[in-house]
Write a protein that binds this ligand. Structure first.
Ligand code: HEM
Length: 253
């Protein structure tokens, strides 16, 4: 991905028409397969200054795909009067310095931190071991398993990266599922037992948290099932995934 920044200086009496023109031009961006997202901001300290940020799939796809594609003429027609008011128009590569600020708690914090995930997995694997459908899969389970899965979940939901640092990260987790031939019925039972355990240990049950939590569980269990099949060709190297709130932000009352 590449980010394009376009800085404009628009005379104040023209700002309304300028924003109106971009509202119309944005239709082309919304339809362009090369455009990831876009945002036009106006400077508070100097209202004549605007910055348009467009994230493109790549600079090449922007320049060769969008610019020579069928959506560009309509886009350009809307913004042409403002082209000479451009002060900067360049592509920027994202660096690793980025992330969320502290205004939104992580799912890990919201859940209650390490302690909450430890309680969850302790109870969960008691239920799992006693279950006739999934229990046999865990017959030779490492006694540390609930603790390791708690570490994994904590890391996924924004807690310390301990599974990566102490347990081999994604490649180790992947190896543990390879060749196990998990069935769909077993996957569903695994999910159902996890929900039971979450309720029993009092994991937050507000709609926003549970929707985000279950979003990951649905995704993760489907991957585990796929990766456990005899013909699976999973990605061998990847970071431990990080999961956030998604569409519904935390409910702050
Ligand atoms: C979101 C979904 C899942 C997550 C996060 C998860 C997480 C993990 C992790 C972290 C390990 C390795 C623990 C270690 O470091 O030793 C593991 C192992 C294992 N998982 Fe999963 N898993 C998921 C889904 C499933 C499902 C659906 C099944 C089967 C129904 C399953 C069966 C197993 C088994 C049998 C092992 C090996 C246990 C042992 O013998 O020690 N997993 N899982």
């Amino acid at each position: 991905m590449i980010v394009e920044y376009i800085r404009y200086r628009i005379p104040e009496d023209g700002s309304e028409q300028f924003e109106e023109a971009y509202r119309r031009a944005a239709g082309s961006l919304a339809r362009a397969p090369q455009c990831v997202n876009y945002e036009l901001s106006r400077c508070v300290d100097d209202p004549a200054c605007y910055i348009l940020r467009i994230t493109w799939t790549s600079a090449k796809e922007h320049l060769e795909g969008f610019r020579s594609g069928e959506l560009f003429p309509a886009f350009l027609a809307e913004i042409r009067p403002y082209v000479e008011m451009i002060e900067e128009m360049r592509h920027y590569e994202q660096t690793s310095v980025r992330g969320d600020g502290g205004s939104v708690p992580s799912l890990y914090d919201w859940a209650g931190g390490t302690e909450a995930f430890e309680q969850l997995t302790e109870r969960f694997y008691e239920l799992v071991k006693a279950d006739e459908l999934v229990g046999p899969l865990f017959a030779h389970m490492d006694p540390g398993h609930p603790h390791y899965v708690a570490m994994w979940l904590a890391e996924v939901f924004g807690g310390p990266a301990r599974y990566t640092g102490e347990r081999g990260g994604y490649p180790h987790m992947l190896r543990m599922h390879l060749g196990r031939g998990i069935t769909e019925a077993q996957r569903r039972r695994w999910v159902a037992l996890l929900v039971d355990a979450a309720d029993e240990v009092g994991l937050p049950d507000d709609p926003e948290f549970r929707a985000a939590f279950m979003g990951y569980i649905e995704w993760g269990t489907r991957l585990a099932l796929g990766n456990s099949q005899p013909d699976a060709t999973p990605v061998q190297q990847a970071p431990v995934p990080r999961w956030g709130w998604g569409v519904a932000p935390p409910y702050q009352g």
